[in-house]
Design a protein around this ligand. Structure first.
Ligand code: HEM
Length: 407
């Protein structure tokens, strides 16, 4: 397995797959060893990142060295002086909410993808429509997007601790990272200092977000337009290891594939029967047309304390038939079963199954199906790259107080 360099704050860190050492992956914002949340990773084969010092003394020393180390205007532990508890607040908010509603984890991962893929990680997806703003929320690919209410809750906690300091854009990518960890995926270091956009990009969202019906050529084209190669596209789709998918996104594969009035021949026959048993043709299409006339749902109002909050995770498709992307099994780690399922013709969405249609992409599907630590390492790197797409840094953009409105 190859080692890989990761560039953090102008320093190169080897991102290797050594399994013989135990490392902690705490942000430098965690002063106290006991507070380190990522001892979880001790059990995993994760890369040694020297910046993740293992003792509080080492950590403090590294903090001093790194304060002045900047890449662009994003930097590691950006809020160290202005809101040192920012990452801790996000971590504990996500964890508290996850305990009540585990579905927030996939919702937040997808939210970060839909934010970052459209004009960069700038929280533009969170803005509501208003004068001069046509919200990305209203673009068709975002019809079933969820998690806005979770970000509201996290943001209200951040505002209470450090008013006007932490951007919604940082909250989105940090909450996604936490969600990935909770779903059994890798922790990865993230720089912060993103700022929020002053507008939303509904048209771009419509045309730039890939469709679940895309074939391999289109998938490669969409990802390449954002700087991702085939391997990274295969990696990122591994996020489909978890979450739910509504029948309307794959119903055509079951009953009328490419207008043939029959099913997609690439679906494993037992799996096809299973999917048909969950997604009835007439029910799914009836409900899907009904949803079009429904107004966008009102999402939960923010509350200062996650403990008193019920997360609704509403989307316009919330009452429609859906199935769990249940690719994880007992003892299985985030990723492996998803790729194994693809090799058996058990991909739910057409885009998922298409990853086995090309020589190079199939090679990566096979690699990830058999090597979970390779997948975790690649997934962490790809998420770092996704989280840095097209960011706004000072003096561009703003820090929104309410993530739904321009300040
Ligand atoms: C070709 C690219 C992609 C397409 C076409 C696509 C499409 C979809 C669709 C149609 C759903 C089902 C939504 C629903 O039924 O409500 C979904 C769910 C999901 N997607 Fe993707 N996706 C893509 C890439 C990604 C990437 C790169 C990520 C994250 C890095 C991601 C994360 C997720 C997650 C976690 C869910 C489950 C959401 C939930 O349960 O709330 N997707 N995706």
């Amino acid at each position: 397995m190859q080692n890989q360099d990761v560039d953090i704050n102008d320093q190169k860190f080897e991102f290797s797959s050594r399994t013989d050492q135990k490392y902690k992956y705490c942000s430098l914002s965690y002063d106290d060893d006991d507070d380190c949340p990522y001892s979880f990773f001790d059990d995993h084969s994760f890369p040694p990142l020297p910046m993740f010092a293992t003792t509080s003394v080492e950590r403090r020393k590294l903090k001093q060295q790194q304060t002045a180390s900047v890449v662009g205007s994003l930097r590691y532990d950006y809020y160290q002086q202005t809101c040192p508890q920012a990452e801790r607040i996000i971590r504990s908010s996500v964890r508290d909410l996850f305990r009540k509603q585990p579905r927030i984890a996939p919702a937040l991962m997808r939210l970060a993808f839909h934010d970052c893929f459209v004009e960069g990680c700038d929280a533009s997806v969170l803005l509501d429509s208003a004068d001069g703003i046509h919200s990305e929320k209203e673009s068709p690919p975002n019809e079933s997007l969820k998690g806005y209410d979770v970000i509201d809750i996290i943001k209200s906690e951040l505002e209470e601790a450090c008013p006007g300091v932490v951007s919604c854009a940082d909250a989105v990518v940090l909450a996604a990272r936490e969600s990935i960890v909770l779903a059994g995926g890798p922790f990865y270091p993230l720089k912060t200092g993103r700022r929020d956009s002053m507008t939303s990009f509904a048209e771009d969202a419509t045309f730039e977000l890939p469709s679940p019906q895309d074939d391999l050529a289109k998938i490669i084209e969409s990802f390449s337009a954002k700087g991702f190669d085939e391997r990274e596209a295969v990696t990122l789709l591994g996020a489909h290891s978890t979450g739910v998918v509504h029948c309307k996104f794959f119903i055509n594969r079951l009953y009328n594939f490419s207008g043939t009035k029959t099913s997609d021949p690439s679906i494993n026959s037992k799996f096809l029967s299973f999917l048909k048993s969950k997604c009835n043709n007439s029910a799914a299409s009836l409900m899907s047309s009904a949803s079009k006339s429904r107004p966008p749902s009102q999402l939960i109002s923010a509350s200062p304390s996650p403990s008193s909050v019920v997360v609704q995770l509403s989307s316009t498709l919330v009452e429609e038939p859906a199935i769990k992307m249940d690719y994880e099994g007992p003892g299985e780690s985030f990723g492996t079963l998803y790729y194994r399922s693809l090799l058996q013709g058990r991909g739910i969405l057409f885009v998922d199954q298409q990853l086995t249609a090309g020589e190079e992409t199939k090679t990566w599907v096979q690699a990830y199906a058999s090597d979970v630590s390779l997948f975790h390492k690649d997934f962490g790197s790809a998420m770092m790259k996704l989280s840095n797409l097209g960011v706004l840094t000072a003096p561009m953009g703003q820090i929104r107080r309410d993530c739904r409105k321009v300040y």
